[in-house]
Design a binder for this molecule. Sequence first.
Ligand code: BT5
Length: 236
Amino acid sequence: MERIIGRKRITLDEVDSTNEYAKRIAGDVPEGTVVVAKKQTAGRGRKGRSWASPEGGLWMSVILKPPRVDPRLVFVGALAVIDTLADFGIESGIKWPNDVWAGGRKISGILTEGKAGEYSILGIGLNVNNTIPEELRENAVSMVQFTGRELPLDAVLERLLFHLGGWYRVFLERPDLLMVKVRERAFILGKVVTVTEGDEEISGIALDILDDGSLLLSIDGQLRRILYGDVSLRFF
Ligand code: BT5
C-alpha cells in the first residue's frame, strides 16, 4: 500500500485551527491531505481548551477516511511523534490519553475528531522551536530545549509524515500490533495515577491500555475501565 499521508499538502501562514480548517475542506480533498500552519490564532485542545501555537512550532492536521471512527487513531499520532523525536535524539513516551512527554514535560498534544462515515481528523501540535508561554513552562517543553539549536521545521515535518504513514498502515492492517507498541511506550503503566473525570477523582494503578483506547485501573484490587474522553491524568 502506498503511503497516502502528505501526498497533498496545504501550507498556511496563519489559520484559526488546522483541525477546523481540515474539517471545512474534508469533503473536497483526498484522504491523506495535510494542513500545516505557521501559527494558529485559535489552536485547540480537548473540550475547548486552548493550545498555544505561536510561530516556530509544528501545527498540523491530517484528513483521513478510515473505514470507521476508531479511538486508537490518536495513538498513530503519538507513536509517529515519538519516532520523530527519536530521529532528533529526543527520548519520549505516551502520557495517556493524548500527550507525548519528554523529560517530564509535555512536548506534543494530539486531537482527533471525526464524523462517522465521512472523515477523521488527526491533529498534532509539536513544540519545535517555539517559545513556551510563561504560564505553561513548568509542564511544557520544546524540541529546541533538548537540541540547543533551532531545527528546520520542514525536516521535522518530513520525518513526522513519514512515521505517520507507517503507523497509519499498522493501524489499518494490524491494530493489535499498534496497541502492543502503545503499551511499550506508555510510561504510566505500572504507576499510581489519578484520573479526573468530571467532578470525580479516581486513583489507582494503571495496568493497561485497552483496544478501545481506555485505561484499565486497579483500585484497591478492583478493576475499572476509564474511557478515553474528557479525562486528565496525574502520576507520581
Ligand atoms: C491536547 O489537548 O493536548 C491536544 C492539542 C492538539 C493541538 C493540535 S495543533 C494542530 C491541531 N489544531 C488544533 O487546533 N489542535 C490540534 P489537551 O489534552 O486538552 O491539552 C490542552 C492543555 O495543554 C492546555 O490546557 C495547556 O495546559 C496545555 N498546552 C497548551 N498549549 C501547549 C503547548 N504548546 N505545549 C504544551 N502544552 C500546552
